[in-house]
Design a protein around this ligand. Structure first.
Ligand SMILES: NC(=O)c1ccc[n+]([C@@H]2O[C@H](COP(=O)([O-])OP(=O)(O)OC[C@H]3O[C@@H](n4cnc5c(N)ncnc54)[C@H](O)[C@@H]3O)[C@@H](O)[C@H]2O)c1
Ligand SMILES: [Zn+2]
Length: 348
């Protein structure tokens, strides 16, 4: 295997499966990780227009961009293309793109002929630190987030930081929301490091980006290895997501931005319930603002509550809600909608 000098590998073991996250690996080394034949690439229009030269010798399936493309219709089209390209159980699927391409391609690969091997070239900050890692592959149903999906691990995830240079500023900034989330639930040192280096991070200092991506992937790896199927600890990764998914659905905001607001609401709830200090909540708000992420919901509490009723993580009238008791430490608590409704006026 031909690897760049700076490349660092993190291995995620789930059962007897090993998934490699290749941090700082160059896209030009991609062929070293792929089988010699029977590869199909799934990517989106934008990534293909920027990086098509790295994949133009393989059959390519191109999907649309944006959250509206992450649905069963797109999956159906991708599966039809697999059939057209005569994919069989020996075919390897490579998803090349951000979280949406990873979710769609990982899901399509997982259900075609009951599951093909697949890997990702993760091309957004958000997908490098979160979406491409951990084996949750799913799509939206009727606009509700990730309602249909599977757990199935990729063979590898290649994270080339140079790809991030072509990202729109807003998309790049949104990726930091998931880094902040990981730090909030597990790693106060990562939170402090990010708070100190926001400026360099925004300027894509390679050392800072590497430190942040590595820190986040290590957290996700350790959580996923303990609880791949989200029966307990993995739920912590949903910090900010119960409110965030509702806001994303209601406003069409991009995922990372909605999660930033969702985290502030979850932190305020943690303060309200007596777990988190206001000082620590303010530190979260400050770091989000310094990063350039929104912190206030642009929709009413009532609308957020209604959208939350469809959250797939609820059980009857209860939600496993992720709360923080300090920066770097989170836990879940079952809350009823009534309990959230009582407090939500103070959260927005
Ligand atoms: N499965 C999981 O565990 C998991 C975890 C977190 C988030 N997600 C999902 O990930 C999705 C968000 O992912 P995202 O933020 O990566 O968004 P995205 O996939 O929509 O990508 C954002 C935009 O950037 C473009 N893009 C991608 N790479 C680029 C590059 N290198 N240069 C220029 N443009 C590029 C894309 O074409 C797209 O327009 C959401 O649907 C979210 O639910 C999934
Ligand atoms: Zn997320």
């Amino acid at each position: 295997m031909n690897c760049t000098e700076r490349m660092e590998k993190i291995t995620i073991q789930t059962g007897n499966h090993y998934s490699s996250v290749l941090l700082g690996e160059s896209i030009s080394n991609l062929p070293a990780y792929l089988p010699h034949d029977r590869v199909i690439i799934v990517t989106d229009e934008k990534v293909n227009s920027l990086y098509g030269k790295y994949i133009d010798h393989y059959p390519v399936v191109i999907i649309g961009t944006g959250e509206n493309a992450k649905n069963l219709e797109t999956v159906g089209r991708v599966l039809s293309k697999f059939l057209e390209y005569e994919a069989d159980r020996s075919t390897f699927i490579l998803g090349f793109g951000g979280g949406i391409v990873c979710d769609v391609s990982g899901f399509a690969a997982s259900v075609y002929m009951r599951g093909l091997h697949f890997g990702f070239v993760s091309s957004t900050l958000l997908s490098q630190v979160d979406a491409s890692v951990g084996g949750k592959n799913g799509v939206n149903l009727m606009g509700y987030k990730n309602m249909v999906g599977v757990f199935r691990q990729p063979e590898f995830v290649l994270c080339d930081y140079a790809l991030l240079r072509t990202l729109d500023r807003q998309e790049f900034v949104a990726g930091f929301a998931e880094i902040i989330k990981s730090a909030m639930i597990r790693d106060s040192a990562l939170f402090d490091y990010f708070s100190r280096s926001v400026k360099d991070a925004l300027q894509q200092d390679p050392e800072v980006i590497h430190h942040l991506v590595k820190g986040s992937v290590q957290i996700k790896a350790s959580v996923v290895q303990t609880d791949e199927r989200e029966r307990g600890e993995r739920r912590l990764l949903n910090f900010g997501h119960t409110f965030g998914h509702a806001i994303e659905k209601l406003t069409g905001m991009i995922h990372g931005e909605a999660i930033g607001i969702g985290m502030v609401m979850a932190a305020r709830l943690s303060v309200k319930l007596g777990y988190l200090s206001s000082l620590q909540m303010n530190a979260l708000v400050k770091v989000l603002r310094d990063t350039g992420l929104p912190t206030e919901a642009p929709v009413s509490e009532k609308e957020i509550l209604m959208a939350m009723h469809k959250d797939k993580k609820k059980e009857n009238d209860r939600i496993h809600f992720v709360l923080c008791d300090r920066i770097g430490s989170a836990f879940t608590k079952q809350l009823t909608f009534q309990e959230i409704e009582n407090d939500i006026h103070d959260l927005c």
